[in-house]
Design a protein around this ligand. Structure first.
Ligand SMILES: *Cc1c(COP(=O)(O)O)cnc(C)c1O
Length: 238
């Protein structure tokens, strides 16, 4: 089982533990550990925790809340972090995303993709994006439906300042490995369908602290881990 009793005093140890978990699950499911990237999700956590993780070798960090993340990006501008945005996107905030992040995983409307492409500064490389899929078809979650994805992919690929890397999902919570795997397996098939036309799309951003084994089993290439690295978040609902 993935360890979840972590706290911020041992961030370096937690990262080592997660890398061990990744290796273990890759062995179990016949994956290459180099194909599973770790995104450290630092929402609600202070910049000093991010610095500790960076000093322990972690370079990619995921944030959910724009204002909070911009302060941390400025505070940590002396170190070479790759910033990923994974939170809900308000359309009037796309400019700050386009200017400050390397990746946005949570693109859930075509309008957002167009704005990000228009607002990406010329001096920066294209913005890496994933399209969020509402894989469990929950009312409360954003994202494209499986049926919408193929059309949207064709439109997003045509946008000049974006680099469409893949798909992202946050499936409905389940404690059961088989149920978790089912949702992730649908993501994997969806990616395979897209790859017949667009072989360069190869990212599956899926798996969190509670379902990383299932995600790795079904082909995740980027797991987004917060709690197991930085400890529990105090704020209810985040
Ligand atoms: C908070 C969050 C995570 C990390 O969740 P943990 O359960 O703390 O590992 C991953 N992805 C998204 C989109 C999140 O909002």
């Amino acid at each position: 089982m993935t360890k979840t009793s972590s706290n911020s005093s041992n961030i370096a140890e937690n990262l080592t533990q997660i890398q061990l978990n990744i290796s273990e699950y890759c062995l179990k499911y016949q994956r290459n550990p180099q194909d599973v990237k770790l995104l450290a999700v630092s929402k609600t956590k202070p910049a000093e925790d991010i610095r500790k993780a960076f000093d322990a070798g972690q370079t990619c960090f995921g944030e959910n809340y724009l204002q909070e993340s911009i302060s941390k990006i400025h505070e940590l501008s002396d170190i070479d972090i790759e910033w990923h945005f994974i939170g809900a996107i308000q359309s009037n905030k796309t400019r700050e995303l386009a200017e400050n992040f390397a990746w946005v995983h949570s693109v859930d409307r075509l309008k957002i993709a167009k704005r990000l492409s228009n607002q990406r500064p010329d001096a920066l490389p294209p913005l890496n994006i994933c399209l969020q899929v509402n894989i469990s078809e929950e009312e409360s979650k954003s994202g494209f439906t499986i049926n919408e994805i193929e059309t949207v992919v064709d439109e997003v690929i045509a946008l000049p300042n974006l680099n469409l890397r893949g798909l992202m999902a946050i499936p409905a919570k389940s404690e059961n490995l088989q149920a978790q795997r089912k949702a992730f397996a649908e993501m994997k098939s969806l990616l395979q369908i897209l790859q017949t036309k667009h072989p360069q799309i190869n990212t599956l951003s899926m798996g969190m602290t509670g379902d990383m084994e299932a995600a790795i089993a079904e082909g995740s290439t980027m797991i987004r881990i917060g709690t197991a690295i930085f400890g529990a978040r105090n704020v209810v609902g985040l």
